[in-house]
Write a protein that binds this ligand. Structure first.
Ligand code: PLP
Length: 384
């Protein structure tokens, strides 16, 4: 049998060993150290934000970013239905309620038109707050996700934050290096969040980052991630904080990976081009391409398959995995999740359709042309 083809695994081909050894040799292994500061500085510069706060993972970054946005218990936050659970869980950590929004068909990310429709038809502005007419709760923020490496359509969402008293937080966990109209994502709203989980485009083993422009927010974010300890030699705390700091060991990996990021993006884009060409010849597969505003990293190469040709996508995924070719379903839409049964959802149609037909193909940075050929041959053989 052929060796398995993983879906997306790390590529550790740079200074990872050297920098990790430096941590061990210098005794800087825990949650402060030169690599933490360097990772934050270099990431802020890369994305184009004034400040970056390293966190233990992307979920923690989202949690703190939502606190910085002022999300309080009972507040609602607009979240796309098609995303990883962490996006909505972070809202729950604040005691908030996610309100699920539909996908826009070109980017698969939050549909700004439907978000606008929800805000105008279903909400009213009262005392400087957006109030959901049905629930009576305050809508505090919009949390778009740049899905699978492709930027969401940010301008109309930012425009909504001008029209309504709302703030925008970007979940850029899946899209480090992606660009919206020539600018890297993660630095357009009040805060942006990144993840360095094992299957992300760069990994720190685990880790995340909050990106902000405002110095006051950066200060508060840093405090909240370090148990909200007062700046003194004593252990004085005036609010409940979190132990969310990244370790120097993880940051050392992150710095080494960041040095390779541009090459990784190019590798992902080359895989996307190769798949698009081969699948174009095959027909009946429609990739998540690039919207006019987008430079995508193609972090997770995903396609919609025509059920008339491929039958049930879930069965196809099982068959591929049975042959050691690791296909993944798209994110299970959050409005269908048992834990979010009580959360509102607004006119979701596209996200459901994408989920029913979508699949993510193997696309590690280090995938070979032969492996891609095996993926395409599997799809060709699976056609009816
Ligand atoms: C869209 C999205 N948001 C948030 C996260 C959470 O990141 P982490 O796993 O680092 O907590 C992930 C990935 O894991 C993600 O894909």
């Amino acid at each position: 049998m052929n060796p398995p083809i993983p879906n997306a695994v790390p590529y550790l081909g740079g200074n990872e060993w050297t920098y990790l050894k430096e941590c061990l040799d210098t005794n800087w292994v825990s949650s402060v150290g030169p690599f933490v500061e360097r990772f934050e500085r270099e990431m802020a510069a890369y994305v184009g934000a004034s400040h970056a706060i390293a966190t233990v993972n992307g979920t923690a970054a989202l949690h703190v970013a939502l606190l910085l946005a002022g999300v309080e218990p009972g507040d609602e936050v607009l979240v796309p239905a098609l995303t990883f659970i962490a996006t909505a869980n972070a809202v729950k950590y604040c005691g908030g309620v996610p309100v699920f929004m539909d996908s826009e068909p070109r980017s698969w990310a939050m549909d700004p038109e439907k978000a606008a429709e929800f805000l105008t038809r279903e909400c009213r502005v009262e005392g400087g707050r957006v109030v959901n007419r049905t629930s009576g709760r305050t809508v505090r923020a919009i949390l778009p996700v740049h899905l699978y490496g492709h930027p969401a359509d940010l301008d109309p969402l930012l425009e909504l934050c001008n029209r309504f008293p709302l703030v925008l937080i970007e979940d850029a966990a899946e899209a480090l290096g992606a660009e919206y109209k020539g600018r890297r994502v993660g630095a357009r709203g009040l805060a942006g969040c990144l993840s360095f989980n094992g299957n992300k485009i760069i990994t720190a083993g685990g880790g995340g980052m909050i990106l902000v422009d405002d110095a006051g927010l950066a200060h508060r974010g840093r405090s909240l991630t370090t148990q909200a300890r007062e700046e003194s030699s004593e252990f004085v705390h005036r609010e409940v904080g979190f132990n969310y700091r990244l370790t120097n060991l993880q940051a050392a990996l992150g710095v080494a990976q960041l040095e390779q990021l541009d090459r990784f993006i190019e590798a992902k884009r080359q895989t996307a081009r190769a798949y698009a060409e081969a699948l174009g010849r095959l027909g009946s597969a429609e990739p998540l391409g690039e919207a006019p505003w987008a430079f995508s990293t193609f972090w997770m190469y995903s396609v919609l398959l025509d059920p008339a040709c491929y039958g049930d996508v879930r069965r196809l995924i099982a068959a591929a995995n049975g042959e050691g070719i690791h296909f993944r379903p798209l994110w299970y839409p959050l409005h269908r999740q048992p834990i979010f049964a009580g959360s509102p959802a607004y006119r979701i149609e596209v996200a459901d359709r994408l989920y029913e037909r979508g699949v993510s193909l193997p696309c590690s940075v280090g995938i070979t042309a032969e492996e891609r050929d095996r993926v395409v041959a599997f799809l060709a053989g699976a056609r009816r």
